[in-house]
Design a protein around this ligand. Sequence first.
Ligand code: CTP
Ligand code: MG
Length: 458
Amino acid sequence: MYATSSISLSVLSPQTWPFGLQWLPQPAYLVGGVVRDALLGRHADYLDLDFVMPEKAVETAQAIAHHHKAGFVLLDAERQIARVVFEQATADFAQQMGSSLEIDLQRRDFTVNAIAYNPHTEELIDPLEGFVDLKQSSIRMVASENLREDPLRLLRAYRQAAQLGFSLDAETRAVIRQFSPYLSQVAAERIQSELNYLFGSVQGTPWLTAAWQDGLLQAWFPQATAQSLAQIAAIDRSAISLVAACPSFKAELYASLRHTTKASRKGTKNSSSATGNKSANSNSGVEAGAAKAKLAGDHRTWITVAKLASLLSPDLAQAEVELLTLKYSRAEIQAALTIIKFLPQLQAVSVTAGLSCREQYFLFQSVGPVFPALMVRALAVGVPISVLLGLIERFLTPDDPVAHPMPLVSGQDLMTHLKLAAGPQIGQLLAEIQLARAEGLITTPANALELAAKMTKL
Ligand SMILES: Nc1ccn([C@@H]2O[C@H](COP(=O)(O)OP(=O)(O)OP(=O)(O)O)[C@@H](O)[C@H]2O)c(=O)n1
Ligand SMILES: [Mg+2]
């Protein structure tokens, strides 16, 4: 135990919390990432407070939530863990595991995450010498049994190494390799959220590759090869090249998909009983997790979907099974499958001939909003940038008749003017009108009606 005078821990001060110190019983400790990050001088983009206390954890959370009109979620009744969700912060309150704080810390994942701070006395408690590992930028397990107890920690090691810019202690890595088959026992939602972080940044890529090399991804992506991982690195480079060639495409590539998904990095159902491995047992818990993931910058973009698609089987049915197993949302599954389905068409394009107007029209129609993900994946697998830039220009032009056709006439117009009955023929005529427009053959509604009249007489 040592006093904090030599280190600036102002970020841990109750002044930064959304509630006052008087709400906490004595003793109570801050633990986990917030302490680690404060010691590193690392400012997370949002406040994620984890408290442990020998008793009254849930009552404390309840009282704080009630007084501050914040959200309250009982994450685990048995282990007495509750979450209070504020607008700009989340605070978890857990009953200490075991009869002392030291025992609780000994049951955690990595030494750098097993440092506690007592806000009442302003002291750090570091029995596992996590501070030494922090200074050496090293992720070191507390004990191999702890990794066995909650195998998600195997993958967390790579995610946290990526996030912190740390290395993985050699002995820890050897244990992870040995335990890698146990990762298949972990709830898919928890795996997914770690993966999303690894997909979400350039720094994640080498660690994703390391995780694959160490056998952590095989159970979830049985078809992934060294080449798949190389393609993920190529996606990082391709995104840079596309933005350099076409700066206005950046906003499209990095558009957030989070509104389309409810998967969360914490608070999803699981059966593990490890310390700090908080699990929600209600839907509101999932919501709380999602809210937190959103605050934490769980950035799902078209680039992350393109990376995900790189690891999947090229067989659509098989890829869908892999995505469903990982509990990806409908929207993400649709997006990843669209990439897999249309990539071969782009790979087959000859640079000289390019895609015909008609082919482009159908490509835009079929791919829809997934287009940016398909472009970055296509460039990563070697489709010439010249082929892609033409398509991107169309995509970025709001009134482009090929990428964004506006109907010249409606189905109703056709029925009224040509005295046709409703039926599949109307849809076919509308498609032909759009195509003729895309090819520059017609420009006005009158032209469209003429064309349709001609076609019905054929
Ligand atoms: N599977 C897990 C999850 C969490 N923890 C412990 O619970 C703390 C808080 O967990 P969490 O907030 O998920 O992670 P952080 O380490 O705080 O990292 P982040 O910056 O991602 O919040 C961790 O530091 C660690 O002590 C653990 O031992 N095993
Ligand atoms: Mg945390």
